[in-house]
Design a protein around this ligand. Structure first.
Ligand SMILES: [Zn+2]
Ligand SMILES: [Zn+2]
Length: 292
């Protein structure tokens, strides 16, 4: 209990220190998130891709709440749980170094960050595919896909279970890369948030020839499309920050037919509309509609 409470207290102080500017800008996730969000929102307002999309759309409040919930509030509880697991693992005499495959210690810091970014993005890509393919996990991921319009805060509109589901493979990635302190990866973190926000934004950005490396809002729009190609019924464009995995494994699909393409999935009308109810989706028996 002490371990849990200590971690809860530390996380709470971490959040309060960030809000009150006690934490340096380069490590301040709170104000960093606000500055990135505000900047992308301004682009959405002044140069929108879908001009008919309302700025103050119906679910804006819900999506913004998700952003702060998943980023900070949920961390209060889950960090305590992870502290407990870490303590147990330590008691069994295991440490992170026991699993190292590539030791990054010898590499220069920029290369360390790039390798960390690539490996962690690839592991998240695998997790994302799993969320689409395993019916039990898809129920949680449905909350993200229940968004009917794309805008930057949809990035963090996801079921709290996803925070947990993405973690094991992320930790595995960190374990395989020895000599690297993920806590130092603030740059990677801010880059990932910016790309994720842009991917969900109402902006037409394709990165030109770099589209084969970086994910973009056009590609991710079709990830959220209601109607998927029949031979890819589980999903397309699973990329998180990078699109390269989709091109390598042929899960890419960008028809560019309609920027107002219908979003969601079959049966999304059964998803509750409020946060409190959405938080329990996935735990109640719910019949997935058959995909023809
Ligand atoms: Zn998805
Ligand atoms: Zn998305």
């Amino acid at each position: 209990m002490d371990t849990f409470l200590n971690s809860f207290e530390n996380t709470l102080y971490w959040i309060l220190n960030m809000i009150s500017f006690q934490v340096n800008w380069s490590k301040n996730y709170f104000w960093g998130l606000i500055v990135i969000s505000f900047t992308i929102w301004m682009f959405e307002i002044f140069i929108p891709w879908r001009k008919q999309q309302k700025i103050f759309r119906k679910e804006l409040g819900l999506d913004l709440f998700y952003m702060f919930f998943n980023f900070f509030l949920f961390a209060l509880i889950i960090n305590g749980v992870y502290a407990l697991i870490g303590k147990k693992v330590h008691e069994y005499g295991l440490s992170m170094d026991s699993f190292t495959v590539i030791n990054l210690k010898e590499f220069n810091p920029i290369l360390q960050l790039i390798i960390f970014f690539l490996v962690s993005d690839f592991f998240q890509w695998i997790t994302h595919i799993t969320l689409h393919r395993v019916p039990f996990l898809w129920k949680f991921h449905q909350i993200h896909h229940s968004a009917k319009l794309m805008s930057f805060p949809v990035h963090f509109r996801y079921h709290w279970m996803e925070n947990i589901l993405y973690k094991p493979l992320k930790i595995l990635a960190i374990m395989l890369l020895g000599g690297f302190e993920p806590e130092q990866a603030y740059i990677v973190h801010f880059v990932a948030i910016t790309i994720g926000h842009i991917n969900h934004a109402n902006l037409k950005i394709t990165w030109g020839p770099f589209k084969y490396i970086f994910n973009n809002p056009v590609m991710h729009l079709y990830h959220h499309a209601y109607h998927l190609p029949t031979h890819k019924k589980h999903g397309v464009n699973y990329g998180i920050s990078l699109s390269v995995w989709d091109y390598i494994f042929r899960t890419n699909y960008i028809p560019e037919v309609d920027k107002y393409v219908k979003l969601g999935f079959e049966g999304d009308d059964k998803i509750p509309k409020t946060f409190e109810k959405q938080a329990w989706v996935g735990f109640k028996p719910y019949k997935r509609p058959k995909i023809e």
